[in-house]
Design a protein around this ligand. Structure first.
Ligand SMILES: NC(=O)CC[C@H](N)C(=O)O
Length: 355
């Protein structure tokens, strides 16, 4: 155990119990997910953020690598009311500072009232409140992380075979592995490509579908992915999840904006406007599509009416703001991947023969 301080943008410095040492900073956000801490901590979309778990006990069913969504922990620090020893060992092994024995109800209420805010954290035997404040002073806003794509994306083209029924070019803006798995399970081969892949490189691959992944930070900082969408829309089917929806909307004349505190959890209600049906979804985002451009809003968040699903049937584009791949969370929306691959089967662009 060691000293620990959390300095907030609202001027407060909160004392906590230190569990994993270090000094860092990031955008302070919270998730209401009551399960799936391994998946959340390895979700690349949390890069440059400090993740607060509102659920009070984190780590109660251990740490298993097969549940990881990427090869490392992405939040810069983690906060809970209580972390188990096993999860603390994992955080410590990756040099990710962690604090607990903190009133997370109060912290979450502050974030809800004042919005996601910058914070500084100092954990160690001799740290002082001034150390946490010094970290806060150096903290950048999410939009200022202009090179965040390079921090999370693959550098090399990697192929994950699923049966050869379609070739999907997945632009890795910080992709969760479950997206690859969901496509592989449905027979598609997935080519995971760097965030700054050029149109010429995509043309050479000649995929059946261009898929823009989830990812951290401001979608405005993913200009290369946006350029690909602008290049290939109407030529091949397009799909996107979370940041992918935002990038595709921007490419098709839409706009995005920062939300106050975002949506992070595993029980966000989404209404489909065609069927009237409400499903429970997994979410992790702080930006949202404001104007959808050439896309139609097909699904909305029940709590705040923000755009959760966008489509353009003529151009063969389907996107979701939430995470249909789950991991963690409910499986209500796995059918999204069938709909996406259905666009491939329904078009003449299917290049890989079935038989
Ligand atoms: N999970 C994601 O892809 C997050 C998208 C984007 N970084 C946001 O915060 O809105």
């Amino acid at each position: 155990m060691s000293d620990a301080y959390l300095a907030l943008e609202d001027g407060r410095v909160i004392e906590a119990r230190g569990r994993s040492p270090g000094q860092t900073r990031g955008e302070l956000v919270f998730t209401t997910a009551y399960t799936g801490y391994e998946e959340s901590l390895t979700d690349p979309s949390y890069e440059e953020q400090v993740l607060t778990f509102s659920y009070p006990l984190i780590g109660n069913y251990g740490v298993r690598e097969e549940r990881f969504e990427s090869d490392r922990i992405h939040p810069r620090a983690a906060i809970a009311h209580e972390f188990t020893e096993e999860v603390v060992e994992w955080l410590d092994s990756e040099d990710v500072p962690a604090i607990d024995h903190i009133d997370t109800r109060d912290l979450v209420t502050s974030i809800r009232e004042e919005g996601a805010m910058k914070c500084g954290i100092a954990v160690g035997d001799d740290v002082t409140p001034a150390d946490a404040e010094a970290q806060l002073a150096k903290c950048k806003g999410m939009s200022e992380h202009t090179e965040i794509g390079a921090q999370v994306s693959t550098v090399e083209h990697e192929t994950y075979r699923g049966g050869g029924e379609a070739d999907v070019a997945l632009i890795d803006c910080g992709a969760k592995m479950s997206i690859v798995d969901s496509l592989n399970e449905r027979g598609a081969d997935v080519h995971v490509l760097p965030h700054d892949t050029t149109a010429a490189e995509v043309e050479e691959l000649d995929p059946d579908l261009l898929f823009i992944s989830n990812g951290p930070g401001d979608p405005a900082n993913f200009g290369d992915a946006q350029a690909l969408v602008e290049e290939f829309v109407g030529e091949i089917p397009l799909a996107g999840i979370c940041l992918g929806q935002q990038v595709i909307a921007r490419a098709l004349g839409g706009t995005t904006e920062k939300m106050d505190f975002g949506h992070r959890g595993v029980n966000q209600p989404v209404r489909d406007l065609n069927t009237g049906k409400v499903i429970m979804t997994t979410q992790n985002h702080g930006y949202t599509v404001d104007e959808p451009g050439d896309l139609n809003v097909t699904q909305v968040n029940v709590n705040d009416d923000t755009a959760e699903g966008l489509e353009n049937a003529e151009l063969n584009v389907i996107t979701r703001q939430y995470h249909p791949e789950a991991h963690p969370g409910p499986h209500d929306s796995l059918g999204f991947f069938d709909d996406v691959l259905g666009m491939v089967n329904g078009t003449e662009h299917k290049l890989v023969a079935d038989d």
